[in-house]
Design a protein around this ligand. Structure first.
Ligand code: ATP
Ligand code: MG
Length: 408
């Protein structure tokens, strides 16, 4: 038997979680997925994309491995298999499968037996063998060959460690043996726009990522108290947005000047203990107004329950009551440690961990209110000009736009 030397894989077979999808949902899911996928890989390579039978075939012109890694950041994708192509003859397919298997075994850890199965599917019904017949043909061919490592193989049809997949297409048959995990979720853009409040802390980027994972287009909003808080804080949020911009085609960050609002609250007769809650309510108001202009459907924050004084149920109620949109809090059930782990995986943790002053601690009382009441907030807000402050803030908003980038 002549050993097969493999060249680089030709295509990427991309799988997505379509199980829960029906009818129109499904086609808009696929369209959004393809649009996002193309935008994600464009900086790396031109690609041809074909959608067939619940899978997407991606043909990169170059840098296939980088393209595959990049696809691991595209929501909606469940797995990616680099695949090699063979001509549509059973012996050519078997020979290629042998080569793919040999290469996979060469990188396999340990010494013990490896369970394996061959599984083919035919998009092209004109191929002379049925899938079962092709499976048997290839399996026999492999098991009777004497290539290195093949004595470790044990056939097992249920839950094998290794599956050699064969996809018979009209033009060629594709063979693969590895699966890179995708991030799952729904393609960005299949749900509405969510305005995501980003503070520069650990939590809010993770919350925004989770909203994107469920199909929201994230529009980022940060409140910046210049000159009390320096330019570095703004730069830090921009750096976070750059990381998050890997996960959607186009990211926008609105930087809202917050110092005038905080000064007005400080200089009013509003009770000191309510300041933090009042700041947050003003953030909700400005963001709700911005959402109305941008067709935003929800506001996302990194708040969790009971983590700090401002995050009691009562205070979250006060904060949410100032919003005209639903306030989504994806981290509500997370322990800090779980959020940190996710922040590491997403790639935001190291940026968030840099210490920067936080505008919400400006002019902070020694004893913030623990269980705020909405009526008390409303009474306090009669002590300063809410409407004018919101209008001024919106007028002075600064917009940054970032296209999706290469992984950092
Ligand atoms: P984070 O780690 O995101 O800062 P946190 O646990 O420190 O969250 P807080 O600082 O109380 O909690 O902030 C709660 C949420 O309010 C943040 O997750 C964010 O969504 C929003 N937020 C706070 N400060 C700002 C800001 N300056 N600009 C925009 N949003 C903010
Ligand atoms: Mg914070």
């Amino acid at each position: 038997v002549v050993p097969v030397t493999l060249t680089a894989p030709e295509i990427l077979l991309v799988r997505y979680g379509e199980l829960a999808l029906k009818g129109r949902n499904r086609s808009s899911f696929e369209q959004a997925l393809i649009r996002n996928l193309r935008a994600a890989v464009l900086p790396l390579s031109k690609v041809r994309i074909e959608r067939r039978q619940g899978r997407i075939a991606v043909f990169p012109e170059r840098r296939l491995e980088s393209v595959a890694r990049r696809l691991q950041d595209v929501f909606g994708i469940t797995s990616i298999s680099p695949a090699w192509g063979a001509e549509l003859f059973p012996d050519a397919i078997a020979k290629l499968a042998r080569g793919v298997l040999e290469q996979t075994l060469a990188g396999w850890p340990g010494e013990g037996p490896i369970t394996v199965r061959i599984r083919s599917s035919r998009a092209d019904k004109s191929f002379p063998l049925h899938s079962n017949e092709l499976d048997l043909y290839v399996a026999e061919n492999i098991l009777t060959s004497d290539l290195a490592g093949f004595e470790r193989l044990k056939v097992r049809l249920k839950d094998p460690a290794l599956t050699v997949g064969i996809d018979v297409r009209p033009e060629r048959a594709y063979v693969f043996a590895s699966r890179l995990p995708g991030p799952g979720g729904l393609p960005v853009g299949t749900q509405g726009k969510a305005l995501c409040l980003l503070s520069g802390g650990i939590d809010s980027p993770v919350a925004a990522w989770m909203a994107m994972k469920r199909g929201c287009t994230a529009v980022f909003v940060t409140f910046h108290s210049y000159p009390f808080i320096g330019e570095n804080a703004k730069k830090k949020v921009l750096d976070l947005v750059r990381v998050l911009s890997r996960y959607q085609p186009l990211s926008r960050l609105y930087v809202v000047p917050f110092a005038p609002i905080q000064l007005a609250i400080r200089d009013s007769r509003a009770p000191r203990s309510y300041r933090t809650v009042l700041y947050r309510r003003m953030m909700q108001r400005v963001t709700s107004r911005l959402a109305a202009q941008l067709d935003g459907k929800a506001i996302v924050t990194g708040e969790s329950l009971g983590q700090v004084a401002s995050q009691t149920i009562e205070n979250l109620t006060c904060i949410g009551a100032a919003s005209s949109l639903p306030v989504l809090r994806p981290l509500i059930g997370f322990d800090k440690q779980e959020t940190i782990e996710l922040a590491r995986r997403i790639g935001t943790f190291d940026i968030s961990a840099i210490q920067e002053p936080d505008c919400c601690t400006l002019f902070m009382p020694d004893r913030p209110i623990l269980r705020g009441r909405v009526e008390a907030c409303e009474a306090a807000e009669r002590e300063f000009d809410v409407e004018r402050l919101v209008a001024d803030a919106l007028r002075d908003v600064e917009l940054h736009t970032l296209e999706t980038g290469e992984p950092g």
